[in-house]
Design a protein around this ligand. Structure first.
Ligand code: HEC
Length: 102
């Protein structure tokens, strides 16, 4: 194997392992989450609804799991967000509440 190939493989694996929403836009994600997601969480969990993310036995435990959960909600609610919008929302929730590093 030549060294370029090895470096290429390293870059590729690094990309796959990195936080899945590294290049997403958290600010745009906040706008989406505020508009579409908070009311229902707040009516079930009280306050601003954020305790759903921070409760002791919260469901989401990895960055990948967070993206999957956002995707499920998007599909279930029929919001028709594009993938980049899902990633924006996931990034916002991660930065604000979950704080997963990968
Ligand atoms: C119709 C009500 C409703 C709406 C709207 C809703 N959710 Fe939820 N969401 C829930 C409920 C109920 C749970 C808890 C499910 C459980 O405990 O199994 C939940 C759980 C979650 C969790 C996991 C919390 C944890 O335990 O870590 C995330 C993340 C989440 N929702 C994101 C979203 C996003 C993003 C949107 C907007 C696209 C959204 N939700 C819209 C009802 C809703």
């Amino acid at each position: 194997m030549n060294s370029y190939l090895i470096i290429g493989l390293l870059l590729l694996s690094n990309h796959v392992l990195a936080e899945p929403f590294t290049s997403a836009d958290a600010q745009a994600g906040k706008v989406l989450v505020d508009k579409h997601c908070i009311n229902c969480h707040a009516s079930s969990y009280g306050g601003d609804g954020s305790t759903i993310y921070t409760r002791e036995f919260h469901k989401v435990n990895t960055a990948k799991g967070l993206v999957a959960q956002v995707r499920n909600c998007n599909t279930m609610l029929g919001l028709k967000w594009f993938e980049d919008e899902e990633l924006n929302a996931a990034k916002y929730l991660n930065q604000t509440y979950y704080k997963f590093s990968e």
